[in-house]
Design a protein around this ligand. Sequence first.
Ligand code: GLU
Length: 463
Amino acid sequence: MKVVTRFAPSPTGYLHVGGVRTALFSYAYAKKNKGDFLLRIEDTDIERSSENAINAILDGMKWLGLEHDKTIQYQTKRLDLYKKYINTMIESGDAYYCYASKEELDNLRDEQIKKGDKPRYDGRWRPEYGKALPQPPKDASPTIRFKNPKTGIVKWIDLVKGEININNEELDDFIIARSDGTPTYNFCVVIDDWDMDVSHVIRGDDHINNTPRQINLLNSLKAPIPNYAHLSMIHGPDGQKLSKRHGSVNVMQYKEDGYLSESLNNYLARLGWSHGDDEKFSMESFCEWFDFEHVTSSSAQFDKAKLDWLNGEYIKEYDINKLTEMAALKLNQINCPANNKEIIRNALNLYKDRETNLNTLFENIVYFFKKPEIDIELESKYINEVSRKNIKALVDSLQRIKWQEDDINQCIKDFVKNNGLKFPEIAMPLRVRVAGNLNTPNIGSIIYVLGLDELKVRVSDCL
Ligand code: GLU
């Protein structure tokens, strides 16, 4: 059997981390089994779906490299297929017209709640042997309901949750087509999963209630039943379902906020699934290792500190040329004219092992391209007659050596020694002038990257 998985977002909102993790697991399972990973946009809820949301989902998938196989399917383009099967089910007697008005159904619901019963459709229009149905009202547009079995148990072995049994008595005859003829979610999913030969339905466990209904529909259509894997929810640090409050926003916001797609993928892959003690692994390894035995059935907790740590680990090892391109783009966006790729590369090399975020990494190197603003407090603390004199003397020495990092460092060391200074007595004032802050890597390395001419500009008043 060929493994076919799918990611089936409804474009009623952005792609958020919960959705991404579902997509990641579906992607990995397909890749591991040399199968197909499909992307299906479930856009039949016209009022709540939007073009913006579709684009945001596609952008997110692209950024994360979750490439789908085959062409993207849009449910709104498949309405004829759904109609065909609805008619088949009406003909076979597996579905029927229901003329109950909204008001009638609301009353039914109220009564059931009043009695303490679970609200459910009472089957008033369900055709039954020997049962006389009322006369359909004139000009009414009926809904179409599925004739759900009244007895028996729906059972499946969920790949994450284990065996699940649902008594048919708990289900009612749900609507498969609305009064305007449009098919409902459960129906479209069933037809699509069947038509697209989906072998594994991997989705959030908020869909677990739909699964017995979908299995019953598939059975009535004599379609094969796929495997199901229902993933537990992702919770915030406070144990509540992840929400906007926790930063569960458009996944593209993470890009904006300085995260690499590699770190986010790695972090989310590890959220609710494990491979021994491995915390950092490539997408290739993830696809090779992924299995359902190591997916936890309990909820996972989103931990930003861990994501930040992973991001830092990825930044350290990131291809320096790619990082340079990203930095050039970002620096120019924030009006910092950084065109010399060699300086960008060298500056990044000085900072990339210290930062866990791309934005702060890039902000840290702005001073290589833009003279820092004078910080009055630092200036008054570190710049005085003596430090000015020292800076001038050091620059004089630096002018006489070959502009090489090692030589510059040696020159500073010698200068400190020969003048009986402590290292910070020259390093701190230089940091203030060169970088505008004290928290920098080795001063000699900075000066090397900055170049002698620019150094002289920044300390011109001392010379
Ligand atoms: N469209 C559904 C959603 O976005 C997912 C359906 C499914 O995976 O079966 O929640």
